[in-house]
Design a protein around this ligand. Structure first.
Ligand code: GTP
Ligand code: MG
Length: 353
């Protein structure tokens, strides 16, 4: 009997133990699986964060690299004043360097007020970045559709070329674009933009020379609304028979844009020729009085030693610089970052980072 019970009991106990063990195993497995998944999740997040940080560093380095290559003429002049990189640089040398780069004296005085006789990178960086306090204030996540940009500026500043570069950039980023050939004053202007539109494969709305520019603006916005296009970029004439004519035409275009779409144009962008240095400021003021300017694009920085004018342009006009043009090709447009611009300049003269 005893043995019978014992015999019967034993397998039961074993069975229970097995079940218990299995249960424990399953639980452990479950817990292990869950914690593995959690670890994997955390590891994935860390990896993603690392990738993002690396991308950001890479982008900053690329942007800094662009500035130093594009502004090589400006930087050469600066290096003539401070040929050897140092940890601290004399006040007078910094002043001379900024004059060489075509920064206006008034701005230099303002930027350097109260700095010691030997200036560190950190001290100078803070003052220079401050000059660009009119940072772009656009909520990129919530743009109206289409987002309408009106491009204005004197003739030869680089309007048409910049429109092509901007359209190409937006397209590369996955946005749709339509161009409006609003410079109806010259036949060549319409042709120039048409050629670009074919080259970068972006649609264009145009009319004949001498026709109403504001009608082109209206049609371009209407077409974008009908076709669900993200961006409208409208070219304008840089010169008409008189300044009053130009002013009236621009005002009319702005008004008619608003009729095609409330709030349009969303950005009136002034194109300034960087080789003109500080004289471009007077032009911008004139256009600002005509129709109001929301931001600046400075072109032709590749061919000038006057890169320091960027400080004066932004500071005097109290406007943000959105992009800079650094060549004649569709790729030669850099998004302007005050931090990267100032850092690439300081990299040329300071040993410290
Ligand atoms: N090196 C250089 N040349 C540029 C840049 N941007 C424009 N250009 C050149 O400057 C010249 C004038 O440019 P456009 O785009 O025609 O200027 P615009 O303001 O449209 O001129 P109008 O139509 O006459 O009012 C052209 O030869 C362009 O190739 C730039 O960033 N760098
Ligand atoms: Mg043009």
């Amino acid at each position: 009997m005893f043995s019978f019970f014992k015999k019967k009991e034993e397998p039961k106990k074993v069975q229970e133990e097995v079940i218990l063990e299995e249960l424990v195993d399953e639980n452990v497995e479950e817990i292990q699986k869950e914690s593995f998944e959690q670890i994997e999740e955390v590891e994935k997040k860390v990896e993603e964060k690392k990738e993002l940080e690396e991308k950001e560093i890479e982008e900053n380095e690329t942007s800094k690299g662009f500035f130093s290559r594009a502004l090589s003429k400006t930087f050469e002049n600066i290096k003539a004043v401070v040929p050897i990189k140092k940890e601290k640089i004399a006040f007078d040398d910094i002043e001379e360097m900024l004059i060489e780069a075509d920064m206006e004296y008034e701005i230099i005085e303002k930027a350097m007020d109260g700095l010691p006789s030997e200036i560190t990178r950190k001290q100078l960086r803070h003052r220079l970045v401050m000059l660009f306090e009119h940072a772009p204030n656009v909520d990129l996540s919530n743009l109206p559709k289409p987002f309408v940009r009106l491009i204005i500026g004197v003739n030869g500043a680089g309007k048409t070329t910049t429109i092509a570069k901007l359209a190409y950039k937006l397209k590369k980023e996955g946005h749709s674009v339509i161009l409006g050939a609003g410079d109806t004053f010259r036949a060549a202007a319409i042709e120039q933009l048409s050629t670009w539109s074919e080259k970068i494969n972006v649609p264009i709305i145009k009319t004949k020379q001498g026709h109403d520019a504001s009608a082109v603006a209206y049609d371009t916005i209407s077409s974008a609304l009908a076709k669900n296009i993200d961006n409208v970029i409208i070219d304008t004439a840089g010169r008409l028979q008189t300044q009053t004519n130009l002013s009236n035409e621009l005002k009319k275009i702005v008004k008619v844009c608003g009729k095609a779409m409330p709030e349009a144009p969303h950005q009136k962008l002034m194109i300034l020729d960087g080789t003109q240095g500080n004289t471009a400021i007077a032009q911008a003021r004139a256009f600002n009085e005509m129709v109001g300017v929301d931001g600046i694009i400075v072109t032709k920085l590749d061919g000038t030693a006057k890169g320091g004018a960027l400080f004066s342009i932004s500071n005097q006009l109290e406007l943000p610089i959105f992009y800079v043009g650094v060549g004649e090709k569709q790729d030669d447009l850099i998004e302007f970052s005050p931090d990267n611009f100032v850092d690439s300049l300081l990299d040329e003269i300071y040993t410290t980072v």
